[in-house]
Design a protein around this ligand. Sequence first.
Ligand SMILES: Nc1ncnc2c1ncn2[C@@H]1O[C@H](COP(=O)(O)OP(=O)(O)OP(=O)(O)O)[C@@H](O)[C@H]1O
Ligand SMILES: [Mg+2]
Length: 216
Amino acid sequence: MGKKCKCTLLKEAKARLDKSGLGDLLETRTFENYQVSGEYQKFIKKTAMEYLESFLNGDNYSFSILGQSGVGKTHITTAISKKLLDMGVGVKYYIADEIIQNLQACKFDEENYNNEFNKIVRADVLFIDDLFKSSLTNYYNEEGIKKEDLREIFKVINYRYNKKLPILLNSEIHFERFTNIDQAIIGRINEMCNYKYLISIKPDSSKNYRLSKKSV
Ligand SMILES: Nc1ncnc2c1ncn2[C@@H]1O[C@H](COP(=O)(O)OP(=O)(O)OP(=O)(O)O)[C@@H](O)[C@H]1O
Ligand SMILES: [Mg+2]
């Protein structure tokens, strides 16, 4: 096969960016803009860079960051996505609730359901943001995650797990808490992350970047 010209490659790269669903976030949530003033931020950035390196070496592990709102989950995972997209890898972004709603909307129509399911699961890299966010009313409250929501997410994760396809996954539910909700899901995610690229941030309100301010 002939070599592709530069303008075709650029066109393809642009189409990948447009198709990713990440929009403007790709320009602002970058590694360059990611500050590392705290130890936990250093750890997040280091792990994200190691993850990318392993991807470049041909591994197909997943990356997951679990922790409270504002800790930088979407930022770092978007930064990873941009690097992957630049490498020519197709990344597809979904808010987890969108996956659940899209699948449940056609649950009585098998053909439609299968089409929708395949559309979601067949990305090179599937980025699932804010898993079970809408079920969490307050960080310290018990969550009321519906069984059918768990089932839809399990199906998606299990498909990716069986086919050894990577996911990028974010949730406000930290690891220990997740193990009390659904061990089949979090266990698979941990294995997909090679027990190494799953980061769980301990709850601490000072880690909410959105609430940080300069004192004078
Ligand atoms: N280390 C950081 N350096 C620079 N900006 C950061 C950092 N961490 C977070 N931010 C910024 O703080 C805001 C919140 O971060 P982000 O959206 O990644 O949080 P989140 O953990 O995904 O929160 P939520 O659970 O509410 O979605 C964003 O504007 C993000 O760019
Ligand atoms: Mg987020």
